[in-house]
Design a protein around this ligand. Structure first.
Ligand SMILES: [Mg+2]
Length: 106
């Protein structure tokens, strides 16, 4: 299943379950994504199963895609994923990790 298909499935679930579904709900959805990341971290910290950790990570993806559906509805997320992957691939080795050099050199 691709990201755009996932967005449609999530939208259907949101409507079916009566969840927040307005542009003003975007900050809540992003906050919930962070909460789910915390749950994933907590599951890992407690030595829970890979299945449990994966479930929490998927919850995070759900909220991110749900937020994207309302925040940037005209953007095709599959195309954006490929575009961003290409952009990151074009960057130098260990880009954005200048702190490593800083720590090594004091
Ligand atoms: Mg969860």
């Amino acid at each position: 299943m691709h990201l755009e298909e996932m967005k449609k499935e999530i939208e259907s679930l949101v409507i079916e379950k009566g969840f927040y579904n307005k542009p003003e709900d975007i900050p809540k959805k992003l906050l919930f994504a962070f909460i789910e990341l915390g749950e994933a971290s907590d599951a890992w910290k407690k030595g829970e199963s890979e299945e449990k950790i994966a479930e929490e990570l998927i919850d995070t993806i759900f909220y991110i895609l749900d937020a994207s559906r309302l925040a940037c509805p005209t953007v095709n997320m599959d195309d954006m994923f490929k575009k961003k992957l290409d952009k990151n691939r074009s960057r130098p080795y260990q880009y954005g990790e200048g702190h490593r050099v800083k720590f090594l050199n004091g």
